[in-house]
Design a protein around this ligand. Structure first.
Ligand code: 3HC
Length: 315
């Protein structure tokens, strides 16, 4: 069979994308497509794993056994999402150890939102409601991403994510309908998490270096600003049901647009957090590096056991 030129291969690849045919691990793909997916999926995985830290800090301080059990289940889910997504990067030829090291040495990112502290129990509700709520919007869209393993991972993850969002919202509902002090705690959590949650969707479309290509390859199905707007439109009515006020004096329904208008985002803050200068960046990376060191003996024991078993089999 005649060897196809790169441009013929690229044309065939784009044709499959345009016809909504999933790209699978053994299919030919442009190097940049592969690299973009490894970048995005590995950072998604890092976000899941680092996201366990703020919530994990509250497991021993949950107000009752039911909240503790729900939070334990959620944090365990996030670990599973991370492992699932690291496995998806391995289908693209990424090496898990070096992928994780890239996060530890600051070469790879994780979601900015996890560089904010969870100061009160209400923050745990706000994280479920807002952070997982934002993640769901982004991840439901990713169920239709062009790379097969990523799309399929998203289907499973989204099922668990909706439980995460609901438990957070329900927890905040109890506080918002509780004593004045509890309602004030819920409002304080909304005040501190609202804007960082909007930043989760990434820079504005005009400032996104990756979106155009990712949209052409249907890695991304909606732009950052589209998903952000959908999140605001969906979340404002939820805040009204809670009786809480969104911390944005310019937030207003725009009948003509059919969307809420909202104030500009503080992009300086966003890029400062991305540069490692957020409230918890240092602490989060230290925790992850320590977890890797503390877990070294487990990996060594597992590898030694696997090597011994392989030797016995080959003897
Ligand atoms: N935090 C950290 N970095 C961010 C960011 C954020 N909120 N938003 C954008 N960035 C980074 C991008 O990674 C990119 O940097 P890089 O080139 O070093 O990777 C740069 O800013 C430019 O942004 P772009 O919008 O051009 O980049 P993308 O096209 O990759 O879009 C994204 C960014 C929308 C986050 C996209 O990568 C994506 O959809 N990722 C998958 C979903 C994900 O990672 N979600 C994070 C939260 S997961 C979560 O919350 C778990 C839940 O269970 C709690």
């Amino acid at each position: 069979m005649k060897e196809l030129s790169i441009s013929e291969l690229e044309a065939r690849f784009q044709h499959k994308i345009d016809r909504e045919i999933k790209i699978e691990p053994n299919d030919w793909m442009p190097d940049v497509y592969r690299k973009t997916l490894i970048r995005q999926i590995s950072q998604h995985a890092h976000s899941e794993v680092v996201g366990m830290l703020p919530e994990g800090n509250w497991i021993t301080r949950a107000p009752n056994l039911r909240r503790k059990a729900v939070l334990l289940a959620k944090v365990q889910d996030e670990a599973g999402h991370g492992l699932y997504l690291y496995s998806a990067t391995e289908t693209l030829g990424a090496d898990r150890e070096s992928t994780i090291d890239d996060m530890h040495n600051g070469k790879a990112k994780y979601s900015s939102i996890f560089n904010y502290p969870a100061l009160t129990w209400a923050d745990i509700g706000a994280i479920g409601w807002l952070v997982d709520g934002a993640a769901i919007l982004n991840q439901v869209a990713l169920c239709r991403t062009s790379y097969g393993p990523y799309a399929r991972a998203m289907v499973k993850i989204c099922k668990e994510e909706s439980f995460h969002q609901r438990q957070g919202y329900e927890s905040l509902m109890v506080l918002a309908k509780g004593s004045p002090e509890q309602k004030a705690m819920a409002q304080d959590a909304l005040n501190r998490f609202w804007w960082p949650a909007l930043m989760m969707f990434g820079p504005s479309d005009a400032d996104s270096p990756h979106s155009a290509q990712s949209m052409k390859w249907k890695i991304k199905r909606f732009s950052n600003d589209e998903l952000r707007q959908n999140f605001v439109d969906a979340t404002v009515p939820q805040a009204e049901i809670l009786g809480l006020t969104i911390p944005d004096e310019n937030l207003k329904w725009n009948e003509e647009r059919g969307h809420y208008d909202f104030s500009p985002i503080n992009w300086d803050e966003f890029y400062q957090v991305l540069a490692g200068n957020g409230p918890c960046n240092k602490e989060r990376l230290e925790a992850r590096r320590k977890a890797k060191e503390d877990g070294a003996w487990v990996r060594e024991a597992a590898n030694a056991f696997a090597a011994k078993r392989a030797m016995r089999k080959s003897a």
